[in-house]
Design a protein around this ligand. Sequence first.
Ligand SMILES: Cc1ncc(COP(=O)(O)O)c(C=O)c1O
Length: 489
Amino acid sequence: MDSTSARGLAALVGDLGTERPPRYAALAGRIRRLVAEGRVPLGTRLPAERELAQALAVSRATVTAAYTRLREDGWATARQGAGTFAVLPRGPHHGAWVPGPADDGSIDLAHAAPAAPASVPAALATALEELPRFLGAHGYHPAGLPDLRARVADRYTARGLPTTPEQVLVTGGALHGVSTAFGLLLRRGTRLLVEQPSYPNALQAARASGARVLPVALDPDDPAAWLDATERALAAARPAAAYLMPDFQNPTGALLDVAGRERLAAALRRAGVPAVVDETLAELGLDTAAPPPLAAFGNGAPSVGTLSVGVLSVGTLSKVAWGGLRVGWVRAEADVVRRLTAVAVQTSLSGPVVEQLAACALLDGLDASLAELRAGLRERRAVLTAELRRRLPGWLVPEPPGGLVLWCGLPTPRSRAVVAAAERLGLRLAAGPLFGTGHALDDRLRLPYTQPPDVLRRAVGLLVRADAEATGAAVPDGPAGDPRAVSVV
Ligand SMILES: Cc1ncc(COP(=O)(O)O)c(C=O)c1O
């Protein structure tokens, strides 16, 4: 395991003078937060007490008491003769994040997914015309309809990653692709390196496979720090796999540039760690296009057993067309795709033919429909950003270069309280802690800009009230926005 230097940790801990006494509790609190946020990676050996005391200019007794507190609360563990190590306490683990109904009259800002464009019913009509030529056979295509595999392969090739149809497994959406990849790579007790924050349902899928999540803090304003920490964690913790989103990461919107991709690909290869790269949002660049897929960088793949795995790229039509189609895919080396297919058929023998035919039609017209989708999202992003900055000036509202969501900073940890108050007002949200291991991120809130502008404005009206309720402030005057007065998609 990696260790952290006393000076390094002292710099992260910062000035304790601003905290309420006792000093040891303040120090324990700061370290706990650093571990929860993934800034001090799990398994890191904490500095010797005397050295940290010196670096922080506090007494050794203060550090001893702080480490004792961390151990008692489950944030550190002592190993005889080896030192004190950062760990996460058991729980809280969220259950699977199950969407509420889309039509209960609430405004839904919990899910980041656009309504279906007109191209979707048109593609389904085309699919029905095509269907008869498939009806004479049994209809099972375990790796996906050949026509669809070919189109997905062509799209990767066009994005700078030469791909053949045999390198594509069609799945029931991206999450099915991710969990199939986890099924191949993870076992009970193995570790999965993830960004923190990350996509909740993928974290849940990893936990369901018995793996332990190893979070590395991602701050979109400081991508180099994430790369540094990831390189260290890959080398030190030897995870079984990594789950990463270099393209408009959900929820931060962070985009890894070409140099970052080169570094990341090299670090994964050096450590021999295969990566599941979730490219769900890769084609939703609003200010800039994403560089080629991570799998296009570096060559030579790490092995799992006798299998050379490398990067497994996961994609979907859910965000560029419609989530209701349930069509996604995994792109990998052809022998890996064969192994993945064997995992996928354990739970589903094949995807539906009609939806896969519709997916072919949608991919044929995707460039045109994407241009329209991006223009609409730019407008919605501008509306939501402006409304939030105007009506909640204390919040931090950064504008991401792409993707579907704003990752807002709240002035104090109150995301869960705001979400609970909003739910009572008819606004459904996803609280910050859902996007991590559950111990941090209560000062964050993810807000999608997938709804029409008038719905977003009303949602912000409700959010202002929810925030006031959560903080005990006076509820501001002005139109609150009745969610039931709008049509909700
Ligand atoms: C990063 C990411 N991965 C996967 C998914 C799930 O996609 P699908 O609907 O294709 O399963 C989502 C949907 O929100 C997502 O944001």
